[in-house]
Design a protein around this ligand. Structure first.
Ligand SMILES: Nc1nc2c(c(=O)[nH]1)N[C@H]1C(S)=C(S)[C@@H](COP(=O)(O)OP(=O)(O)OC[C@H]3O[C@@H](n4cnc5c(=O)[nH]c(N)nc54)[C@H](O)[C@@H]3O)O[C@H]1N2
Ligand SMILES: Nc1nc2c(c(=O)[nH]1)N[C@H]1C(S)=C(S)[C@@H](COP(=O)(O)OP(=O)(O)OC[C@H]3O[C@@H](n4cnc5c(=O)[nH]c(N)nc54)[C@H](O)[C@@H]3O)O[C@H]1N2
Ligand SMILES: [Mo]
Length: 702
């Protein structure tokens, strides 16, 4: 989303800088943007399809590759049923509008229930809470960062991540501006993170206990009569039930479990309620934990009950130029949740997807419905999903695997075919999803920077090629209508139509003044600011009665699980959490020299008290063990960690045989997901509990 100015000379990138003329990012870029040069020019990046043979990888032509992929998928479906083929879409799928749209088309053509994505190791609880509160899983509240007076951050580190479900270029400057206008920043996190360092107050919390902490805040608000929903009061149901249900969670009753003193909690509750505007924002740490859905729900209740939902400075909804919500309104109602469950572990489906924590089981467990073939695109689940080692053992047992990806990495090395798409600078760009999550309404379309190589294919050309071939091979049915529709509906046509039909568009009337794709590209190449977020409730609520039910039944019921299971910490057990680093991008930019140079960053952080108790010293090699695995890495003693918790960043664990990552493999690190556990999930929504994994740490054996 940041405007990037790339200068080239004869096809070679000579500089990458922030685009000063971009009205949203105003010249800001992060390390990832600068590293685009390394990826663009990376000799390891694949440009032609690869087929795995007995004697190694063989480059083949596109027709042959697409034909083979489609035939083998259809064959598996003919033999074992359509659900025997699974798909996994990773994070960058969402960063390419054309991959997103054409990939969805392709997944539909496969007619399988076995769909997985990185959503269930990430933001699933946000969708879950939005669906039950607001009626649509994409009606996601965004912190109105530039206007708020009180920013409560739970389990997020926007100074490093640049904000997530809160697109905000140059977060650091915006946080400093918040403080300069007299606002307050409070972080709740087991680690004193880079964001915490800027904060007025940092409250260390025991991993996985945020729901209790928020329940106690709500209890204080009710007890001290600080509930003021304001304008939305008449749209709320369930307030009395909620008051009764939270009454037991007094701050004194939860402080021993969360680690946050009752006095601090009360003070925070009052400050939040009394601020001119305030917003509670919970992200990865608050989502990828055993009670992620409860936590996201309770965060929004805090916003709603203090009158901060849908008001400037609170939690607001964007109105993007392409109204993704309207275009996907079919997703809003009906049976998004738990219509089906996974065969082996019984995890619920949400919005047409199963939790990826279940994927290895579904591949490895024989019987009716077993997965026999897998399509991955833009994902590296061997490094990014819990108990990645087990998934890694499952992949070679598949009858067929095809990966749409331009790296031969820890996951794609198990594929039979790799279909590499063009890279970001070689294709056009529009942010369908991240505009929806932005702190201002904004829009921008970028033409490709480089022409694509004649032998290369864009992601949408690959998906369209696969879709056409799968439909053509489908036995019996006459899929010609679907094929014709898929051929016409190219991503660019859909984008252009989306802009026309959006709130700023011309509609279908050519005489009306307004946004079209060509006008946006021609007249606003640096992007167009469409203003601050605007109040829009109750009109835009997608619930059938245009009201907000504060106490959806599945969430209220899940409080019993919290009451039963969450108890005082066991002495001597350490809880593992993750972290991000400015020079990483999940698992896949470590083949850039710019990203890996300098001291090793894949270390375990531990508080001096814990280090001393275990007789460990800074810098020494240690061994970390969990139910699922063991890794060895250097110890970094740090007062930033809360005692009892330790942290390892994710996305490392390179150096595996058969990968073509010459730079990353020299800086391998270890994969934290060799320690995380596919059995530790938020049972309500199925999201992986990557935070709060019990581990033991000892000196490494030789
Ligand atoms: N440089 C860089 N930027 C990135 C990425 C990257 O890999 N590198 N990844 C991008 C992606 S895909 C995403 S989703 C975003 C994520 O963006 P963020 O959510 O802002 O980033 P994280 O670093 O995951 O922050 C999670 C925080 O939660 C804390 N935490 C862990 N467990 C708990 C808990 O139980 N409770 C609480 N309250 N806190 C806890 C951790 O200590 C950590 O500080 O970042 C994006 N931006
Ligand atoms: N323990 C732990 N695990 C985590 C996290 C954590 O904080 N802790 N974070 C989680 C989060 S937030 C996320 S989003 C996931 C990410 O999980 P994944 O999406 O599974 O993994 P990535 O590392 O993002 O891998 C992206 C893949 O896409 C490829 N790629 C890059 N650009 C393109 C493109 O334009 N087209 C195609 N087809 N491929 C491309 C890369 O080569 C790489 O193989 O990891 C999750 N896993
Ligand atoms: Mo993510």
């Amino acid at each position: 989303m940041c405007g990037v100015e790339v200068r080239t000379d004869g096809g070679v990138i000579t500089s990458i800088r922030g685009d000063e003329a971009d009205p949203f990012s105003r010249g800001h870029v992060c390390a990832k943007a600068v590293a685009l040069k390394d990826v663009q020019e990376d000799p390891d990046r694949l440009r032609r399809p690869l087929r795995r043979t007995e004697t190694g990888w063989q480059e083949i032509g596109w027709q042959e590759a697409l034909d083979e992929a489609a035939s083998r998928l259809v064959e598996v479906q003919a033999r074992h049923g359509r659900h025997a083929v699974a798909t996994y879409f990773g994070n960058p799928q969402v960063h390419s509008y054309s991959a997103l749209l054409s990939g969805a088309q392709f997944a539909r053509s496969l007619r399988t229930h076995n769909r997985y994505s990185a959503t269930s190791v990430d933001q699933l609880p946000h969708h879950f809470a939005a669906y039950f509160l607001f009626g649509h899983q994409l009606l996601l509240p965004v912190p109105d960062l530039d206007r708020t007076h009180f920013f409560l951050v739970l389990g997020a580190n926007p100074v490093v991540s640049n904000g997530s479900l809160m697109t905000a270029p140059d977060v650091t400057r915006r946080l400093k501006a918040l403080k300069a206008r007299g606002g307050r920043l409070v972080t709740v996190d087991p680690r004193r993170s880079e964001t915490a360092r800027l904060a007025d107050r940092h409250l260390p919390i025991r991993p996985g206990t945020d729901a209790l902490f928020l329940l106690a805040i709500l209890q204080v608000l009710f007890e001290e009569q600080l509930i003021r929903p304001g304008r939305l009061e008449n749209c709320l149901d369930g307030l009395d039930d909620l008051r009764a249900r939270v009454a037991g969670y007094r701050p004194e009753a939860v402080e021993g479990i969360t680690g946050i003193a009752a006095g601090d909690l009360r003070e925070l509750a009052r400050e939040f309620a009394q601020a001119p505007s305030a917003v509670c924002y919970g992200r990865m740490g608050a989502s990828t934990q055993a009670y992620g859905a409860l936590t996201q729900w309770l965060s929004q209740l805090l916003n709603i009950l203090t009158g901060n939902l849908d008001r400037p400075g609170g939690a607001m909804f964007s109105q993007p130029a392409v109204d993704v919500l309207r275009l996907t309104s079919g997703l809003g109602q009906g049976s998004a949740y738990a219509r089906r469950r996974t065969r082996v572990s019984g995890l619920p489906e949400f919005s047409g997807e199963f939790p990826v924590a279940a994927l290895a089981d579904e591949i490895l467990t024989p019987g009716e419905g077993q997965i026999r073939a897998l399509v991955t695109s833009a994902g590296n689940p061997v490094l990014s999903t819990p108990n990645g080692r087990r998934l890694e053992q499952a992949l070679p047992t598949l009858d067929f695997m095809v990966s749409v990806d331009f790296y031969l990495n820890e996951t794609t090395r198990h594929a039979h075919l790799i279909l590499p798409p063009t890279f970001g600078l070689e294709r056009d760009h529009y942010d369908l999803i991240f505009n929806l999550l932005a702190i201002r309404n904004t829009t921008k379309y970028s033409e490709p920077m480089f022409p694509r190589d004649r032998q290369a294919r864009h992601d949408w050309e690959i998906f369209q090629g696969l879709t056409q071939r799968v439909l053509r091979r489908r036995p019996g049915g006459s899929a010609w209508r679907e094929r014709a529709a898929a051929r016409w509906a190219t991503p660019k046509r859909m984008l252009a139509a989306g802009l026309r039909l959006g709130p700023h568009g011309t509609g279908w009337n050519p005489l009306r003044r307004g946004l079209t794709l060509s006008r946006l590209a021609r007249e606003h190449p640096h992007g167009l600011d469409l203003g601050a977020l605007q109040p829009c409730l109750p009109e835009r609520l997608a619930t059938p009665d245009r009201r907000i039910n504060l106490t959806p039944e599945p969430l209220m019921r899940d409080l019993e699980r919290l009451d039963d299971r969450l108890t005082h910490p066991e002495p001597g057990r350490l809880l593992l959490v993750g972290r991000r680093d400015p020079r990483t991008n999940n698992s896949w930019m470590h083949n850039s020299r710019r990203m890996v140079k300098g001291p090793l960053r894949c270390t375990l952080l531990m508080h001096p008290i814990d280090a001393e108790a275990a007789s460990l010293v800074d810098g020494e090699p240690i061994e970390v063990r969990s139910r699922t695995g063991t890794v060895q890495l250097p110890l970094e003693v740090s007062v930033d960690m809360m005692p009892g918790t330790v942290s390892i960043p994710h996305g490392w664990g390179h150096g595996r045989e058969g990968t073509r990552l010459s730079v990353a493999n020299q800086h391998p690190g270890v994969s934290v997901n060799d320690l995380t556990d596919e059995r530790l999930v938020d049972e309500l929504c199925g999201n992986a509990a990557l935070s709060g994994v019990p581990v033991t740490v000892t000196a490494a054996r030789a």
